[in-house]
Unconditional design. Sequence first.
Length: 236
Amino acid sequence: MSLAEHHVPGSKDTYYIPNFVTADEEAYLIRKASRLFETPQSKWKQLSNRRLQTWGGDLTAKNVLVTQPLPSFISNYPDLIARIASTGAFGDSPHRRPNHIIMNEYHPGQGIMPHQDGPAYHPVVATLSLGSHTVMHYYDVPACAPVLSLMLEPRSLVITAREQYTASAHGIDAVAEDRVGDFELANVGMLGGRDGAGVIHTEDGALPRQTRYSLTCRDVARVMNVRLGTRTKEKS
Protein backbone atom coordinates (compact mmCIF):
# COMPACT_ATOMS: atom_id res chain seq x y z
CA MET A 1 0.00 0.00 0.00
CA SER A 2 1.25 3.48 -0.87
CA LEU A 3 0.32 5.71 2.03
CA ALA A 4 0.97 8.81 -0.08
CA GLU A 5 -2.05 7.91 -2.22
CA HIS A 6 -4.25 8.41 0.84
CA HIS A 7 -2.88 11.80 1.91
CA VAL A 8 -5.66 14.22 2.88
CA PRO A 9 -5.45 17.40 0.80
CA GLY A 10 -4.58 20.47 2.84
CA SER A 11 -3.23 18.48 5.79
CA LYS A 12 0.33 18.15 7.00
CA ASP A 13 0.53 14.44 7.75
CA THR A 14 -3.00 13.00 7.73
CA TYR A 15 -4.09 9.99 5.68
CA TYR A 16 -7.57 8.57 5.09
CA ILE A 17 -8.28 5.01 3.95
CA PRO A 18 -11.95 4.12 3.34
CA ASN A 19 -13.12 0.53 3.70
CA PHE A 20 -9.98 -0.50 5.57
CA VAL A 21 -11.96 -3.48 6.83
CA THR A 22 -14.87 -5.19 5.09
CA ALA A 23 -18.47 -5.10 6.31
CA ASP A 24 -18.14 -8.73 7.43
CA GLU A 25 -14.94 -7.94 9.35
CA GLU A 26 -16.59 -4.91 10.93
CA ALA A 27 -19.53 -7.03 12.10
CA TYR A 28 -17.15 -9.68 13.43
CA LEU A 29 -15.06 -7.16 15.36
CA ILE A 30 -18.13 -5.52 16.91
CA ARG A 31 -19.56 -8.93 17.85
CA LYS A 32 -16.31 -10.15 19.42
CA ALA A 33 -15.72 -6.87 21.22
CA SER A 34 -19.28 -6.84 22.56
CA ARG A 35 -18.78 -10.29 24.07
CA LEU A 36 -15.53 -9.15 25.64
CA PHE A 37 -17.26 -6.13 27.18
CA GLU A 38 -19.82 -8.38 28.89
CA THR A 39 -17.25 -10.51 30.71
CA PRO A 40 -16.43 -9.96 34.39
CA GLN A 41 -12.83 -9.33 33.37
CA SER A 42 -13.75 -6.37 31.19
CA LYS A 43 -12.33 -3.13 32.51
CA TRP A 44 -14.46 -0.23 31.43
CA LYS A 45 -13.30 3.24 32.35
CA GLN A 46 -16.35 5.46 32.54
CA LEU A 47 -15.80 9.09 31.57
CA SER A 48 -18.33 11.90 31.53
CA ASN A 49 -18.67 11.81 27.74
CA ARG A 50 -17.93 8.18 26.83
CA ARG A 51 -16.49 4.94 28.16
CA LEU A 52 -13.36 3.13 27.08
CA GLN A 53 -11.15 0.09 27.49
CA THR A 54 -7.40 -0.22 27.02
CA TRP A 55 -5.92 -3.22 25.25
CA GLY A 56 -2.27 -4.20 25.28
CA GLY A 57 -1.54 -3.02 28.81
CA ASP A 58 -1.65 0.00 31.07
CA LEU A 59 0.60 3.05 31.19
CA THR A 60 2.43 3.89 34.39
CA ALA A 61 2.88 7.43 35.70
CA LYS A 62 6.26 7.46 33.94
CA ASN A 63 4.70 6.56 30.57
CA VAL A 64 5.94 2.97 30.58
CA LEU A 65 3.60 0.35 29.14
CA VAL A 66 3.11 -2.70 31.38
CA THR A 67 2.24 -5.07 28.58
CA GLN A 68 -0.68 -7.47 28.35
CA PRO A 69 -1.70 -9.55 25.32
CA LEU A 70 -3.97 -7.89 22.83
CA PRO A 71 -7.35 -9.61 22.32
CA SER A 72 -6.99 -12.50 19.90
CA PHE A 73 -9.57 -11.03 17.52
CA ILE A 74 -7.22 -8.06 17.05
CA SER A 75 -4.01 -9.98 16.41
CA ASN A 76 -5.47 -13.02 14.62
CA TYR A 77 -8.48 -12.68 12.31
CA PRO A 78 -8.66 -10.06 11.05
CA ASP A 79 -5.02 -9.28 11.85
CA LEU A 80 -5.48 -5.55 12.32
CA ILE A 81 -2.00 -5.07 13.74
CA ALA A 82 -0.27 -6.52 10.67
CA ARG A 83 -2.69 -4.75 8.33
CA ILE A 84 -2.01 -1.39 9.95
CA ALA A 85 1.73 -2.07 9.93
CA SER A 86 1.53 -2.81 6.21
CA THR A 87 0.51 0.80 5.54
CA GLY A 88 4.03 1.89 6.51
CA ALA A 89 2.68 4.51 8.93
CA PHE A 90 4.60 2.93 11.82
CA GLY A 91 7.76 2.27 9.81
CA ASP A 92 9.92 4.54 11.98
CA SER A 93 8.24 3.79 15.32
CA PRO A 94 10.16 1.75 17.94
CA HIS A 95 8.21 -1.48 17.38
CA ARG A 96 7.21 -0.74 13.76
CA ARG A 97 3.58 -1.51 14.61
CA PRO A 98 0.98 -0.58 17.24
CA ASN A 99 1.33 -2.21 20.65
CA HIS A 100 -1.50 -0.39 22.45
CA ILE A 101 -5.17 0.22 21.61
CA ILE A 102 -7.80 2.35 23.31
CA MET A 103 -11.32 1.29 22.42
CA ASN A 104 -13.76 4.19 22.84
CA GLU A 105 -17.52 3.74 22.73
CA TYR A 106 -19.47 6.81 21.58
CA HIS A 107 -23.25 7.02 21.65
CA PRO A 108 -25.08 9.68 19.61
CA GLY A 109 -24.60 13.03 21.32
CA GLN A 110 -21.20 12.09 22.78
CA GLY A 111 -17.82 13.44 21.69
CA ILE A 112 -14.42 14.43 22.97
CA MET A 113 -12.94 17.86 23.58
CA PRO A 114 -9.94 19.01 21.51
CA HIS A 115 -6.85 17.37 22.96
CA GLN A 116 -3.39 16.01 22.21
CA ASP A 117 -2.35 12.43 22.91
CA GLY A 118 0.76 13.17 24.96
CA PRO A 119 4.43 12.11 24.99
CA ALA A 120 4.07 8.40 25.84
CA TYR A 121 3.39 7.49 22.23
CA HIS A 122 5.44 7.64 19.07
CA PRO A 123 3.95 10.52 17.02
CA VAL A 124 1.57 8.48 14.90
CA VAL A 125 -1.94 7.20 15.62
CA ALA A 126 -4.21 5.04 13.47
CA THR A 127 -7.92 5.20 14.27
CA LEU A 128 -10.40 2.62 12.98
CA SER A 129 -14.10 3.54 13.06
CA LEU A 130 -16.69 0.79 13.50
CA GLY A 131 -20.47 0.95 13.57
CA SER A 132 -21.02 4.59 12.67
CA HIS A 133 -19.50 7.63 11.07
CA THR A 134 -18.32 10.73 12.88
CA VAL A 135 -16.68 14.02 11.97
CA MET A 136 -13.27 14.73 13.50
CA HIS A 137 -11.81 18.23 13.66
CA TYR A 138 -8.18 19.29 13.94
CA TYR A 139 -7.21 22.50 15.70
CA ASP A 140 -4.11 24.64 15.95
CA VAL A 141 -2.84 24.83 19.53
CA PRO A 142 -4.24 26.56 21.50
CA ALA A 143 -7.50 25.15 20.14
CA CYS A 144 -10.03 27.59 18.76
CA ALA A 145 -11.76 27.10 15.40
CA PRO A 146 -11.14 23.89 13.40
CA VAL A 147 -8.48 24.15 10.71
CA LEU A 148 -9.21 20.73 9.20
CA SER A 149 -12.33 18.54 9.29
CA LEU A 150 -12.68 14.91 8.20
CA MET A 151 -15.64 12.62 7.71
CA LEU A 152 -14.72 9.27 9.28
CA GLU A 153 -16.88 6.62 7.67
CA PRO A 154 -17.61 3.24 9.24
CA ARG A 155 -14.76 0.82 8.47
CA SER A 156 -12.37 3.65 7.62
CA LEU A 157 -8.87 4.21 8.99
CA VAL A 158 -7.46 7.68 9.60
CA ILE A 159 -3.75 8.08 10.31
CA THR A 160 -2.33 11.20 11.97
CA ALA A 161 1.45 11.47 12.07
CA ARG A 162 4.48 13.67 12.62
CA GLU A 163 3.75 17.43 12.67
CA GLN A 164 -0.02 16.96 12.40
CA TYR A 165 0.22 14.75 15.49
CA THR A 166 2.59 16.91 17.55
CA ALA A 167 1.42 20.41 16.61
CA SER A 168 -2.35 19.93 16.38
CA ALA A 169 -5.18 19.01 18.70
CA HIS A 170 -8.14 16.92 17.56
CA GLY A 171 -11.67 16.46 18.81
CA ILE A 172 -15.23 15.34 18.02
CA ASP A 173 -18.29 17.53 18.63
CA ALA A 174 -20.86 16.13 21.07
CA VAL A 175 -23.83 16.10 18.70
CA ALA A 176 -26.43 13.53 17.69
CA GLU A 177 -26.12 14.27 13.98
CA ASP A 178 -23.55 15.90 11.74
CA ARG A 179 -24.67 18.66 9.38
CA VAL A 180 -21.96 18.45 6.79
CA GLY A 181 -22.89 21.77 5.20
CA ASP A 182 -21.66 23.57 8.31
CA PHE A 183 -17.98 22.94 7.53
CA GLU A 184 -15.70 21.94 4.68
CA LEU A 185 -14.65 18.30 4.69
CA ALA A 186 -11.05 17.97 3.53
CA ASN A 187 -11.52 14.32 2.52
CA VAL A 188 -14.81 14.71 0.66
CA GLY A 189 -13.23 13.42 -2.55
CA MET A 190 -11.86 10.34 -0.79
CA LEU A 191 -15.05 8.96 0.75
CA GLY A 192 -15.77 5.40 -0.19
CA GLY A 193 -19.23 4.52 1.09
CA ARG A 194 -22.84 5.65 1.10
CA ASP A 195 -22.63 6.88 4.71
CA GLY A 196 -20.09 9.49 3.69
CA ALA A 197 -20.43 10.38 0.04
CA GLY A 198 -24.21 10.01 -0.05
CA VAL A 199 -24.96 12.50 2.70
CA ILE A 200 -23.07 15.25 0.92
CA HIS A 201 -25.85 15.31 -1.64
CA THR A 202 -28.84 14.99 0.69
CA GLU A 203 -31.31 17.84 0.94
CA ASP A 204 -30.42 18.98 4.43
CA GLY A 205 -26.94 17.44 4.70
CA ALA A 206 -27.75 15.84 8.07
CA LEU A 207 -26.31 12.47 8.99
CA PRO A 208 -27.56 10.94 12.28
CA ARG A 209 -24.92 9.17 14.32
CA GLN A 210 -25.22 5.63 15.63
CA THR A 211 -23.14 3.95 18.32
CA ARG A 212 -19.53 4.12 17.18
CA TYR A 213 -16.53 2.12 18.34
CA SER A 214 -13.20 3.84 17.83
CA LEU A 215 -10.02 1.76 17.96
CA THR A 216 -7.08 4.13 18.43
CA CYS A 217 -3.86 2.26 17.76
CA ARG A 218 -0.49 3.61 18.89
CA ASP A 219 3.07 2.50 19.64
CA VAL A 220 4.32 3.08 23.20
CA ALA A 221 8.11 3.34 23.05
CA ARG A 222 8.93 2.24 26.59
CA VAL A 223 7.57 -1.13 27.65
CA MET A 224 7.82 -3.43 30.64
CA ASN A 225 7.21 -7.11 29.93
CA VAL A 226 5.80 -9.11 32.83
CA ARG A 227 6.46 -12.84 32.47
CA LEU A 228 6.39 -15.67 34.99
CA GLY A 229 6.45 -13.32 37.94
CA THR A 230 9.57 -11.44 36.83
CA ARG A 231 9.74 -8.07 35.18
CA THR A 232 12.12 -7.05 32.46
CA LYS A 233 12.22 -3.48 31.33
CA GLU A 234 12.85 -2.90 27.67
CA LYS A 235 13.54 0.64 26.57
CA SER A 236 13.21 1.01 22.82
